[in-house]
Design a protein. Structure first.
Length: 344
């Protein structure tokens, strides 16, 4: 009887001890897993940017499972809401957190993050930067130099102009709508002006720096009887597209822009790269730097292939535009309807 009582008491004690040890072992196991702090910073909240981030996070999760490491981005994902002062505050917070890599989405964010990492040397892997050399981010696409590299969504402006002329062969005047503070727009607007001048087509440019002034700029273009409007991969205009597209439809003016998200938000045509691919490629480059210890200075900037024309079929019908010839001009034509976000 005494033996049984002793066994019972010992068993209870052993059970309590196991319960105490098990969580500790699990904790030790988790602490032994290598964790990388990944800061992701977007300039503003719009469909293309959100799609890039969604695919960055999805790819990091996939690589985490494959490699047995943890990419911690949950506590380090930021949105500046197109506010420079907010962006500076985010940069300061990221610097104090001592993250392992920074992923800026768009040119203005990449420029700020490059500036704040000059001393620390924290790797910066940008995404959706149209002209990284012109923006002063890298020395060259082949050999970026410094602590920065990434994925470029450089726009093929020539093809956008060809699509515009296919839709409106007799066009006489084109509106150029963009934000002069967006480095991504500068080169494409210059190229568009050159093409239009060469073809003897008049153009007029109007600019703004936030959704309200962009809306007024669009009103001015329409009042001055432009017959189509071109916008590059411009974050400010993209943020306003859901308010702009109805103005263009009412004026029967097609809006051609440098990303599929414009078409998703109501523009007639968005031409450019695959932003799902951009997000995945950006994440893969970050993994190369973090896990495989590659030097960003020696990782060539990846330029994604253009070729996808996304057509908003509701807008096309409202404008009465036949886009059947577009398949001869670009590699792929995708149809969409108006909504705020992509499915992924």
């Amino acid at each position: 009887m005494a033996f049984l009582l002793l066994l019972a008491l010992t068993g209870c004690g052993m059970s309590d001890r196991i319960e105490q040890i098990a969580p500790k072992r699990e904790k030790d196991k988790k602490e032994s897993v290598t964790t990388y702090k990944v800061a992701i910073v977007q300039y503003d909240d719009h469909a293309s940017s959100n799609q890039i981030i969604s695919n960055i996070e999805g790819e990091l999760d996939k690589k985490s499972d494959e490699l047995g490491v943890v990419f911690d981005y949950a506590g380090y994902t930021f949105n500046s809401q197109a506010d420079p002062s907010t962006l500076d505050q985010i940069a300061d917070e990221i610097s104090s957190e001592k993250v392992d890599v920074i992923i800026p989405i768009s040119t203005p964010v990449a420029q700020v993050m490059q500036s704040v990492t000059e001393e620390s040397g924290t790797p910066v892997i940008f995404s959706s930067v149209s002209d990284p050399v012109g923006a002063g981010l890298v020395t060259s696409l082949e050999s970026p130099g410094g602590n920065i590299t990434g994925v470029s969504d450089a726009l093929d402006t020539v093809t956008v102009m060809n699509l515009m002329l296919a839709a409106r062969p007799d066009i006489r005047k084109v509106g150029l709508l963009y934000d002069t503070d967006q480095e991504a727009s500068t080169l494409s607007i210059k190229t568009a002006k050159s093409i239009l001048d060469e073809k003897g087509i008049a153009w007029e440019e109007e600019t703004g720096h936030d959704p309200e002034t962009i809306g007024k700029a669009a009103d001015t273009l329409l009042a001055n009887k432009v017959e189509a409007v071109f916008t590059p991969t411009d974050n400010t205009v993209m943020s306003a597209e859901l308010e702009l597209y109805q103005k263009f439809i009412q004026a029967r003016v097609p809006h051609f822009a440098g990303a599929d998200s414009f078409a998703l938000n109501g523009a007639f045509c968005g031409y450019g790269v695959n932003y799902r691919e951009a997000g995945k490629d950006t994440a893969d480059m970050a993994v190369e730097v973090l896990v495989n210890k590659k030097d960003p200075a020696n990782i060539p900037v990846k330029t994604l292939e253009n070729g996808i024309a996304t057509i908003n079929i509701e807008t096309a019908e409202a404008l009465g535009i036949d886009y059947s010839s577009f398949s001869k001009i670009c590699s792929e034509v995708v149809e969409t309807t108006t909504r705020q976000e992509f499915d992924d």
